[in-house]
Ligand binder design. Structure first.
Ligand code: OSB
Ligand code: MG
Length: 378
């Protein structure tokens, strides 16, 4: 296929409630969407998962816009692209970083390929994987709340709604009391985990070891993103498995994690790892080594969510993902139908239409657009 243009749009979507993690807070999402047109006039969509501020990774909505315009677009526009696996190699040489910018364009090519072949995205991603799931199990990621009690009430409500995993954001001083309150309210069996977003260091190992008493499913990314060695030291002290998020930026880091025993579970996010091909490679490796993976979230609109749902249908995704329904985030989403969850924490994988499986609501997107730029092949 050949891409004739990339239409970049920044849409502004206010979250229903602020989402606070140890490294920052999100209130108004500024989401960069890429609409890629091929030589036959089809349009494929990709959502960039970069945040507004560089507090999760170094990328932001603005750096991704710049990276796509200056470096990604010239490498892909007008070129013959054999298929979705050919995008990443084009963007690898002499072009460091900017994984989320690269992924946004790569994902649009996956959507185009799925449409060309008349396949649902999950079917295309899952080719050669055997049976894919028709429904994915999902959890909710709860931001840091005003008090342990407020959090416990919220968590109990989420469990009652059917969520299969309750993820609690923690940080130094906003950890033990919060987790104790949640465990007390939800009971010993409830599927609870914690995510620290790099908030701790070597000096906190005793405090982290104390978290074992809460019987968490896992502790996500307690230490710095580039610090696999200390994660390995910490894992030796913990009964609770460590799950890595920010640290796993590509297949090599997943291999390092396993080699060092720096963690025992991987959170896979398409943007962070540079695209669906990279996510698949990590999935396949982890599956071959018996390492469970699950699909993380980045407060996506319904477009990015479609990709997460499709990815999570793969057989190695054995824990519920951070893939909540549209209404958890937005008054109104940008796709129809919106993403919904049943009372047992399941989202149906749309296998009945090609591509994303939901229709992109262009009128809604136009209403939310704050900035727009068309990059065309020369
Ligand atoms: O660490 O998993 C994270 C959101 C933004 C940045 C980082 C993270 C998150 C989440 C949100 O946990 C999950 C979701 O999209 O619901
Ligand atoms: Mg995380």
């Amino acid at each position: 296929m050949r891409l004739t243009s990339l239409h970049l749009r920044e849409i502004r979507m206010p979250l229903k409630e602020p989402f606070r993690i140890s490294s920052g807070v999100a209130t108004l999402r500024r989401i960069l969407l890429v609409a890629a047109t091929d030589e036959e006039g089809r349009v494929g969509w990709g959502e960039c998962t970069a945040g507004e501020e560089p507090n999760y990774s170094s990328e932001t909505t603005d750096t991704a816009w710049l990276a796509i315009r200056e470096w990604v677009a010239p490498l892909v526009l007008g070129r013959e692209i054999a298929g979705p696996f050919s995008v990443r190699p084009l963007l690898e040489h002499n072009f460091r970083g900017h994984s989320m910018a690269k992924a946004a364009v790569e994902v649009a090519v996956w959507d185009l390929e799925a449409q060309r072949r008349g396949l649902p995205l999950a079917g295309l991603i899952g080719e050669g994987q055997g049976e894919i799931r028709k429904e994915v199990e999902v959890g909710i990621s709860l931001g840091i709340q005003a008090s342990p009690r407020a959090l416990a009430e919220r968590a109990a409500d989420c469990l009652a709604r059917g969520y299969r995993k309750i993820k609690i954001k923690i940080g130094p001083g906003e950890d033990l009391d919060y987790l104790a309150a949640v465990r007390e309210a939800l009971g010993p069996e409830a599927p609870v985990m914690a995510d620290a977003n790099n908030a701790y260091g070597r000096a906190d190992f005793d405090r982290l070891a104390a978290l074992d008493e809460f019987d968490l499913m896992m502790i996500e990314q307690p230490l710095a993103c580039d610090d696999l060695l200390r994660h390995a030291e910490l894992q030796k002290l913990l009964l609770t498995p460590i799950c890595l998020d920010e640290s796993i930026t590509c297949l090599d880091r997943a291999e390092d994690m396993v080699a060092l025993d720096a963690g025992r579970i991987v959170n896979i996010k398409v943007g962070r790892v540079g695209g669906i091909a990279s996510a698949l490679a990590i999935h396949d490796f982890c599956r071959s080594r018996g390492v469970p993976v699950w699909c993380g979230g980045m407060l996506e609109s319904g477009i990015g969510r479609a990709v997460n749902v499709a990815l999570a249908s793969l057989p190695g995704f054995t824990f519920p993902g951070d893939i909540s329904p549209s209404e958890r985030y937005w008054e109104r989403d940008v796709v129809t139908p919106e993403w919904t969850m049943d009372g047992h924490g399941r989202i149906r994988v749309p296998l009945d239409r090609p591509g994303l499986g939901v229709a992109v609501d262009l009128d809604r997107i136009e209403d939310l657009t704050a900035r727009s730029e068309v990059l065309a092949a020369r």
